[in-house]
Design a protein around this ligand. Structure first.
Ligand SMILES: Nc1nc2c(ncn2[C@@H]2O[C@H](COP(=O)(O)OP(=O)(O)OP(=O)(O)O)[C@@H](O)[C@H]2O)c(=O)[nH]1
Ligand SMILES: [Mg+2]
Length: 396
């Protein structure tokens, strides 16, 4: 994508990477854009910069609005995770939101009813998940509404997972394709990438260092070093997971693309015939094996009961219940943490100070070999575990 930029452009790029405030970033990115030659080879880059600029300008406007107390597009996270609805106008996002949460969003039957995000909570057993109803998605190919689109993309980027809503009476496959394409253009991937690159720039690394948890498909470590140095990045740790190409590494210098897990609701199946719905489901499943597709109806509530369970599943979270050493009962409220978390990770959520005085932990539940198993910091926890932390000092 971005290979062979003139030295001037690369130097300006570094200025952007170093920019701290939104204003500085906008200025630096505008400077950078003016030094990028416009031709086929830089098309993607130019498109990316333009989108990024529009996102940053939105961000600036948002923060100004916030300071003046006006309505904002940013929604503070509550509960175990934030899930953002995404779908065309009239697809039934607000109706589904009303059916799934304890909150209320306006439904009129007229297009563009929802103008600002509305937060609500969905319950899955003892876990609270935040759901955000949103203004409608408008495909990039449609002119206008660019700033609206950028705000919506910002919400999606900030979410822990996406709940995509398709209208089974209005070409859902086409709707899905457009949504995925626009998200991918903005660096939000619904499919799991083959690999992942993370670049941490810091003088502390003295040189370009590589941490390979995977492999580079088309180059050597020396190629990576040269690539980074051509961007005047001399001190960095490049972490590589899975299979990545040099192109992926170069893209990661610009902006790491993010992966979002998703559940897709094929809504209004009460209106479409069952054969039509079958066909749509088949096509969608073939097109996107990476998302969970569920046929539902907001009006008849068909299929809605299972939605919270699927949301919890794709969020890849586990529930851990803490227990005081002398108490019989664990906490009622679980600690909700990422799948794969260890005892050490859990302690960081409970009380980081415990780590200093940690002696051992006892585990009851799915990850324990026997009830009350004694384990160390690196023990991997499972959903439903009960944990009791023992420290060297009594009282902490
Ligand atoms: N028959 C039927 N109608 C539905 C269903 N879901 C939503 N509707 C209707 O579709 C219309 C649009 O629903 P909304 O929930 O407002 O759609 P939206 O996606 O929030 O629309 P915007 O706010 O414009 O993005 C309303 O008249 C709803 O009553 C459904 O499952 N079945
Ligand atoms: Mg709505």
């Amino acid at each position: 994508m971005v290979t062979n930029l003139p030295a001037e452009a690369k130097a300006r790029w570094v200025k952007y990477l170093e920019a701290r405030t939104t204003e500085e970033k906008i200025r630096a990115l505008e400077d950078f854009l003016s030094s990028v030659p416009k031709h086929k080879g830089t098309e993607n880059l130019v498109a990316w910069v333009r989108r990024k600029l529009s996102e940053l300008r939105e961000e600036l406007e948002e923060s100004k609005k916030k300071r003046s107390g006006g309505p904002s597009f940013f929604v503070e996270k509550h509960g175990a995770a934030q899930v953002v609805l995404l779908g065309y106008t009239l697809s039934g996002k607000s109706s589904l939101f009303n059916a799934l949460t304890n909150a209320k969003s306006r439904v009129t039957g007229l297009p563009y009813t929802t103008m600002f995000p509305v937060p609500g909570m969905v319950r899955y057993e003892d876990v609270q998940i935040q759901l955000i109803d949103t203004p409608p998605f408008v495909p990039e190919a449609t002119s206008g509404k660019a700033s609206w689109r950028a705000k919506l993309i910002g919400l999606a980027r900030n979410a822990d997972a996406l709940l995509i809503v398709l209208d089974s009476t209005s070409d859902p496959v086409e709707q899905f394709r457009n949504i995925v394409e626009d998200l991918e253009n903005a660096g939000i991937m619904l499919r799991k990438p083959r690999g992942r690159v993370q670049i941490e720039r810091s003088k502390a690394y003295s040189g370009v260092r590589l941490a390979k948890m995977g492999k580079i498909l088309d180059g050597t470590e020396e190629d990576v070093r040269k690539l980074l140095e051509s961007y005047r990045v001399f001190n960095a740790l490049v972490k590589i997971y899975g299979e990545v190409s040099l192109d992926d590494i170069e893209k990661a210098l610009f902006e790491a693309s993010v992966h979002k897990s998703s559940v897709t609701l094929l809504n209004k199946v009460d209106l479409a015939g069952s054969e039509v719905v079958e066909e749509q489901l088949k096509e969608l499943k073939e097109l996107a094996p990476y998302t969970q597709i569920l046929p539902v109806s907001a009006t008849s509530r068909l299929g809605l009961e299972a939605v919270p369970k699927y949301l919890f599943a794709v969020l890849e979270l586990i529930r851990v219940y803490t227990k005081e050493p002398n108490s019989k009962e664990p906490s009622r409220e679980p600690l909700v943490i990422p799948k794969g978390s260890t005892v050490e990770d859990a302690i960081k959520y409970i009380r980081e100070e415990f780590l200093k005085y940690f002696k051992y932990a006892r585990i009851w539940g799915p990850s324990a070999k026997y009830p009350g198993e004694k384990v160390g910091l690196d023990h991997v926890l499972s959903d439903g575990d009960i944990i009791e932390v023992r420290t060297q000092i009594r009282g902490i």
